[in-house]
Design a protein around this ligand. Structure first.
Ligand code: NAD
Ligand code: DAU
Length: 332
């Protein structure tokens, strides 16, 4: 039985990964999570006690990290400050967690010779024009736009340098926008769903033409497991499920499934530096590691996600008022 150390496992994608990995492998999992505003211990309820341990702590805490990494077979590193809008208003925590936190983990991993998988984002590549026929590949040059994406780019480069200079046993994956259960209400899809539940009109930044390449969190998890199992050390894999949609279409889909008129949304102040389009070419992952996404019906995925937020109000309600108050100050 493999022992996985999952950082950021109380966040959106990390918690989905923990549920997925416990259900689909015989691994034992320890989660290390600071429980920032974005972490929620309720996302990890009901897991098998003999295979799951939770440690509250900071990935910048070198002593704690050293102990935990030393007793793991594989580290799966999700912990990050993850929200672009927050990074535009207060970048400092992004530098601490995304850069220093990653540095702390890879130093421990090299000391112990522990296999390391670094979770990153397609945002490190910057953005594409709407009519660009190209998509991001592993060869696309880095060109991040926001404090968030630049710190993720920095963390990727640290991992690459530790592989080359110190022989760190690491792989990297850069994934597109995830959706599914347990996502914080600050993010686009859950924000609009919970707004409609609360009788608030969805808020679209600018004209809503920006395109994101949506993938279900479970498909991200299956890809990460495949890379841990079969990935080549030192390699980067792009994870995507051919899910390009513009924001206006996504809002209209949510409104349709929630019984509202298609135009029942507000256009609000745009995000500064807002990336126009992300699009992933995941050929390497598919052809070299034989991975395929399973959740290709976005319409159905959105319906299921709406149902999850309707059924789990106790999970998101404590964050909703504070999140909307923050957006209101920003005119969003
Ligand atoms: P999230 O904000 O929902 O969760 C982040 C988790 O990390 C939280 O539980 C938080 O408490 C924890 N954390 C933050 N700082 C910490 C610290 N210093 N020490 C320990 N724990 C800390 O984020 P998410 O959306 O689940 O993203 C997870 C990872 O996936 C990030 O690395 C992100 O860059 C990457 N990613 C996200 C997406 C997406 O669509 N959300 C897409 C591609 C990649
Ligand atoms: O591409 C992967 C990235 O996806 C991850 O690295 C990030 O961690 C994750 O947060 C996500 O970044 P985005 O900035 O794309 O996600 P967000 O949910 O904030 O916004 C999605 C799109 O919706 C974006 O074009 C901005 C827009 N938006 C967002 C909010 C919150 C709105 O139009 N209205 C909103 O209220």
């Amino acid at each position: 039985m493999q022992k996985l150390l999952v950082t950021g496992g109380a966040g959106f994608i990390g918690s989905n990964f923990v549920h997925y990995a416990l259900a689909n492998t015989d691994a034992a999992i320890t989660v290390l999570d600071k429980l920032t505003y974005a972490g929620n211990i309720a996302s990890l309820q009901g897991l098998p006690e003999d295979r799951f341990t939770f440690v509250k702590g900071d990935i910048c805490d070198a002593e704690l990290v050293n102990t935990l990494v030393g007793s793991a077979d594989v580290v799966v590193h999700y912990a990050a400050e993850s929200h672009n809008d927050n990074s535009l208003h207060d970048p400092r925590p992004f530098l601490d967690t995304n850069i220093i936190g990653t540095y702390t983990l890879i130093e421990a991993a090299r000391r112990h010779g522990t296999r390391f998988h670094h979770i990153s984002t397609d945002e490190v590549y910057g953005d594409l024009e709407l009519d660009d026929p190209e998509r991001f590949t592993e060869k696309t040059p880095y060109n991040p736009s926001s404090p968030y994406s630049s710190t993720k780019a920095g963390s990727d480069l640290l991992v690459r340098a530790w592989v080359r200079s110190f022989g760190l046993q690491a792989t990297i994956s850069n994934c597109s926008n995830n959706y599914g259960p347990y996502q914080h209400v600050e993010k686009f899809i859950p924000r609009q769903i919970t707004n409609v539940i609360d009788g608030i009109r969805p808020k679209l930044y600018g004209a809503g033409e920006n395109v994101r390449d949506w993938i279900h969190a479970n498909d991200h998890s299956s890809a990460v497991l495949r890379i841990i199992e079969k990935g080549e050390i030192g390699q980067t894999y792009l994870i995507g499920a051919d899910g390009e949609k513009n924001n206006k279409d996504v809002v209209e889909l949510i409104l349709k499934h929630m019984g509202q008129p298609a135009d029942a949304y507000d256009q609000v102040i745009d995000r500064p530096g807002h990336d126009m389009r992300y699009a992933i070419d995941s050929t390497r992952l598919r052809s070299e590691l034989g991975w395929e996404p399973q959740f290709s019906n976005f319409d159905q995925g959105i319906e299921d996600t709406i149902r999850w937020y309707r059924d789990n109000e106790a999970w998101w309600r404590p964050q909703k008022a504070e999140t909307e108050a923050k957006y209101k100050v920003q005119g969003q």
